[in-house]
Design a protein around this ligand. Structure first.
Ligand SMILES: [Zn+2]
Length: 412
């Protein structure tokens, strides 16, 4: 009975701090034997509905978190194994996801406001910068002129602006929703994250999920994520064709009866106590020896480094245009990932929520590329924005090199 009661209490009440201490310790001791999660381990944390019928259980949120979290990712082309172009790689956006960073002045020092506090700006993101740089290529002379009042010359300019906008928006950071839960078809993987894109036409996964969750809440008078009274969700998938490609799409989401998270309270407690967050899973992309900022810069020019496993006898890193880093990465790889910086330990009272962006990465010129004044002349209406959105093929939501890269989620 003791166990049963404990399970009802989603976060273990006042003991959660102490439990965190134990799990932090456990993580550290595990970290010493196996340094970091392998690509397969991380992949196992993705919930990507693929089977005709999937069952997913949403977990209660951790203190201070939401049941459905929001995060931003770019969905852009990259080069992958074999030098092949991958058309929709999902890439973490530092500007939208990282804490703000001090703005640096021309003198290389942080800019201060009138109270002598540093002025904070979004962390630099080369992909966001590219979006804005492309946007401002639009002819500004049309500002404020309605389409019906345009002469032929202006209409031609508008058509050109629309083209520029269409290209630019491909580089914009997109909003995604992330739900933490258990894939009942793969319980051994533990806590997983279901990530799906926001849809401006209200035809996305969230738009299918929310009414079902609301219906459960109203009819059952219970919290759908409750470990005792919540519900397993049944997700029915179907193949659907769009622009000549076949996609997996959700045909229906249904809730089931109220049920405990799991019949085994010890397993349920293990899931509830797991501290893994989406940030542990949907990590910034990087390559050995290359700062994350430079990696993103390389993505904007189509020269990103990639792990080439297309020849099983010769798996290696490729760094287009950077033979120095390529050599180092492949040497390092043979040396079983002997790197120093990630192991650098710091005092335990350093707030984990502090900016993770190191200031020495930010120069004045990098911060300067962030242009907040960019005006989107092309998208004069939300409807148009939605139309552009539907033309963007949504990412394959699976890390590279998983063998399932040919399957895309529906672009809306
Ligand atoms: Zn960005």
């Amino acid at each position: 009975m003791e166990n049963q009661n404990e399970m009802v209490n989603a976060q273990g009440g006042d003991l959660s701090d102490i439990k965190k201490m134990f799990s932090d310790y456990q993580k550290k001791s595990q970290g010493q034997t196996s340094k970091r999660k392998s690509r397969e381990d991380i992949l196992a944390k993705y919930f990507v509905p693929r089977k005709t019928r999937e069952t997913f259980r949403i977990l209660p949120p951790k203190p201070g978190k939401k049941r459905i979290e929001e995060a931003f990712f770019h969905v852009v082309p990259t080069i992958g194994a074999g030098g092949k172009k991958r058309h929709g790689t999902v890439i973490y956006c530092p500007a939208h996801n990282d804490p703000k960073v001090p703005k640096m002045g021309a003198d290389g020092k942080p800019v201060l406001d009138q109270n002598n506090n540093p002025v904070l700006v979004p962390a630099p993101c080369p992909l966001c910068a590219k979006y804005k740089k492309e946007l401002v290529k639009q002819d500004q002379s049309l500002k404020g002129i309605k389409k019906e009042n345009m002469n032929d010359t202006q209409k031609a300019i508008k058509a050109k602006n629309d083209e520029i906008y269409k290209e630019a928006i491909k580089w914009e950071a997109k909003k995604f929703y992330i739900v933490r839960g258990i894939d009942k078809g793969a319980e051994k993987d533990g806590v997983k994250f279901w990530r799906f894109k926001h849809n401006y036409k209200n035809q996305g996964t969230l738009d299918k999920l929310l009414p079902i969750l609301e219906q459960f809440t109203t009819t059952q008078q219970a919290d759908f994520s409750d470990p005792k009274e919540g519900t397993d969700l049944t997700i029915l998938m179907t193949d659907s064709e769009f622009n000549g490609h076949v996609y997996k799409t959700i045909s229906a989401i249904m809730f089931n009866n109220k049920s405990p998270l799991h019949a085994d309270p010890i397993l349920a407690r293990e899931w509830l106590d797991d501290d893994i967050t989406w940030r542990d899973v949907f990590k910034p992309k990087q390559a050995p020896g290359m700062p994350p900022y430079e990696f993103l810069e390389a993505v904007t020019t189509g020269t990103n480094p990639y792990w080439d496993d297309s020849d099983t006898n010769n798996k290696h890193w490729v760094f287009p245009g950077r033979p120095d880093l390529e050599e180092a990465a492949n040497t390092r790889n043979r040396n079983l990932d002997a790197d120093g910086e990630e192991d650098f330990e710091q005092a335990s009272d350093l707030d984990e929520e502090l900016p993770r962006v190191t200031i020495n990465n930010i120069t004045e010129s990098k911060v300067g590329t962030y242009n907040d004044d960019a005006v989107n002349l092309g998208a004069q209406t939300l409807a148009q924005a939605a139309e552009e959105e539907s033309n963007t093929t949504t990412a394959e939501d699976v890390p590279e090199g998983t063998g399932s890269g040919d399957y895309d989620d529906l672009p809306f």
